[in-house]
Every structure is written in C-alpha cells, then in structure tokens.
Design a protein around this ligand. Structure first.
Ligand code: SF4
Length: 380
C-alpha cells in the first residue's frame, strides 16, 4: 500500500482522472489530507464510498504516524514527539517556539527527521552513535509535520517554519527529501513558503550542487563544526575526502545559484573546538563570505563531550563578531527533555525516560478541528 500523503497534487489529479472521477474530487482529497488531516479514508464523508473503495483497490491508504511519547520543556517552548511509523520504526520530531522579531506572533518551527538513525557518525551526536536503520519516505516526513500541525491547531496556532535538522542526513536521502519539500511547499498541499524551510547537511558536496539546481528557495545550513580538515575529520569521521575548502566552494556555488546565503552550524564542544584560537581561524575562513554562523553549545550526549561554559561560549562568539562575522549563539532549548537529535529515541530505547509523558498510542491525525489558519507562508 502507498500513503496518499506521498502524492503531489498533480499526481492526485492524475489518480482522480484515471478513476473516471470529476476533477473536484482531487480538491476534496487534498482538503481532507492537509486541512482536516483525516486519519482514514472513512473520514472523507464528502467522497462517495465507491470512490474510497476504488482508492483502496488501487493500493492507496492513509497510514498516520502514531504518537507514543510527548515531552515538553519546563518553559513550554520546546515539545518533542516520539512517533511510530507504519512499520513500527520510531522517529523524533521537535517543535520549537520563539517570539518573532518586531512583536509579530511567535515562530513555530518543526525540526523533522529524514532518516531513522544516521550513517554520518558525528562523534558528539546521539543519532550518529545509534547507526543507520533506514531512509524515511517523503510521506513520513509529512506525517511528522502534520503531527505538530495538529498539536498547534489545538491552540489556534500553526507551523511557520520547518528545518530538516532532526535525525539523519537529509541529502543522503535526496529524492525523498526533495519530494517532501515539494509537498510541504505546494500551495495545494501543505502550502508553506519555500523560504521558511531550511535543509541542513553535514556537507555532501555533490548533493549541495544538485540542490542548487532544483530552482528552490529553501535555505541551506552546512554543519561545519571546525575550521580545518584535521579537526573536522575528528568530529565528522565520514567527512573523508571532503575538505573544508570544498565546503566553502559549494556554499559559494549555492549562493550564486539561489541568491540565498548559506548558514554554518558549529557545535561547540568544551575543550575541543571552542578555543579563541579556533574562533580566530574560523573567522579567517569565513571573512567576506557574508555567511551567518550558528553556535550551538552541544547538549550532553553519550559521546562524552561537555558543553562549554557560558563564558567560553561568549568569548568564542566575541572573536567572530569582532572579525565582522554574523553569528548567533543558538538558544538552548529543551536540554532537560533530551532535545538533541536522537536523544529521546535513545532514552526510550534504553528505558531511561521515566519522565516522559506516555501516551496510549494515540493516532496523531484524525477527525479534528480545522487549523485556525492553514499553514501558509508567513513573512518574517
Ligand atoms: S549530527 Fe546530523 S549528520 Fe551528524 S550523525 Fe547526527 S544526525 Fe547524522
């Protein structure tokens, strides 16, 4: 069986036409999938039962993700969901909420996973340490976003941004990642503006070039973590033959192709890559690039790395700022709920998450109130 959430609107049009149904049936299907977020074909009461049977006979179904755990940070700004997909695999999805600049309503960002586990093996990452299980399909990425959209709709809010920064390397699952982006941004499907989506990569250069040629306006974030090859290969062992210079060149090509400057993610590890000397080297590397750097004091993980003190973090930031590099220390959110990628899943697997709120296998989609506003593009 194939999930209907996998189909792009033009593919739903083709399915409807193939079944000899009028074109407006496609609109009804898309409305039920993305606005009502029905969990089964039986809930599409506007559709004739014979048509629903036809859809099933063609091999299509709705396979909603099931929420098995939900945890919220003390300040309520971060919510982490552990979702079970149709084959039983467990996936993490995180909602992060921030006050938007200029007094506008707050930003609700969903961090989605694109793989179960990850093969990239970053030494400070819980997901990297659990190894690779399988790629997620586009519809499984959609299911994560819709799970969060459902949660937000109950508060009269909606998803404003999506970052592909959860478990896995999105560009190592290229075709499904791009299909998910197209589903999320098609105005007849989820309908989020392309500029409200960011894809994060550890630095797969060929895939970055491929993404640059897609004619998309999505943001790109490269996980750099070190300004030189020796240090980077210690932290990202699979970086292999891809040098820091290769990444800089790929970032430049992405900017020229899309007009969008690349953001660099930099996990700060206490005593490893957080010295003022390393900051100065990073500043020299990025000078003139116009890029933004996100400094991320690392969450404690099974890798045994420590988080730098506030003073060390601010000193690192100061060196970059004094050199004219745009830079922000990412606000730490949800450390107490294992918000680093892969931690909730690892905790659950190890039976360590006694503080998690257990949910009795609740389908995260189903008949429900329509979102107060559809997930439309919000200008920042
Ligand atoms: S940091 Fe990202 S790319 Fe690296 S192992 Fe973790 S999930 Fe994979």
């Amino acid at each position: 069986m194939t999930s209907l959430l996998r189909l792009l609107p033009h593919e739903i049009d083709a399915l409807v036409a193939r079944m000899g149904q009028p074109a407006y049936r496609a609109r009804q299907l898309l409305h039920g999938l993305y606005r009502e977020q029905y969990a089964s074909l039986g809930e599409f009461t506007t559709l004739p039962a014979t048509f629903c049977s036809q859809i099933q006979d063609e091999g299509y179904e709705l396979a909603p993700a099931v929420e098995v755990r939900r945890v919220m940070s003390d300040d309520g700004a971060t919510t982490k969901l552990l979702l079970r997909m149709a084959d039983g695999i467990l996936i993490e999805t995180v909602l992060m909420q921030y006050a938007a600049a200029g007094g506008r309503s707050r930003r609700s960002t969903v961090c989605v996973s694109t793989q179960a586990g990850c093969a990239m093996g970053c030494v400070f990452c819980a997901t990297g340490q659990m190894g690779f299980e399988r790629n997620l399909r586009a519809e499984e990425v959609l299911a994560q976003v819709l799970a969060v959209q459902h949660l937000l709709a109950q508060r009269g809010e909606h998803v404003t941004n999506i970052v592909f920064m959860g478990m896995g390397e999105p560009l190592a699952n290229y075709a499904e990642t791009i299909r998910a982006v197209r589903l999320l941004t098609d105005v007849r499907a989820f309908g989020l503006g392309q500029r409200h989506i960011t894809i994060s990569t550890v630095g797969l250069v060929h895939a970055i070039d491929r993404l640059a040629a897609e004619q998309l306006q999505v943001g790109l974030a490269i996980s750099l973590h070190a300004p030189n090859d020796e240090l980077r290969q210690r932290l990202v062992p699979t970086a292999g033959p891809t040098s820091v210079a290769d990444l800089m060149a790929a970032a430049k090509r992405y900017f020229h192709a899309t007009g969008r400057r690349v953001t660099f993610e930099y996990a700060l590890l206490d005593g490893v890559n957080d010295t003022p000397e390393v900051a100065a080297e990073l500043a020299r590397l990025l000078r003139g690039s116009g890029s933004h750097v996100n400094l991320i004091p690392v969450n404690p993980t099974a890798g045994g790395f420590g988080r730098p003190s506030r003073t060390r973090t601010l000193t690192f930031e100061r060196v970059l700022l004094d050199a004219g590099i745009n830079c922000t220390v990412r606000v730490e959110k949800g450390t107490e709920i294992s918000a680093a990628c892969g931690q909730l899943r690892t905790d659950a697997a190890n039976g360590l998450a006694a503080d998690l709120i257990p949910l009795a296998s609740v389908p995260v989609r189903g008949r429900r109130q329509s979102p107060a506003a559809p997930a439309q593009s919000q200008s920042r």
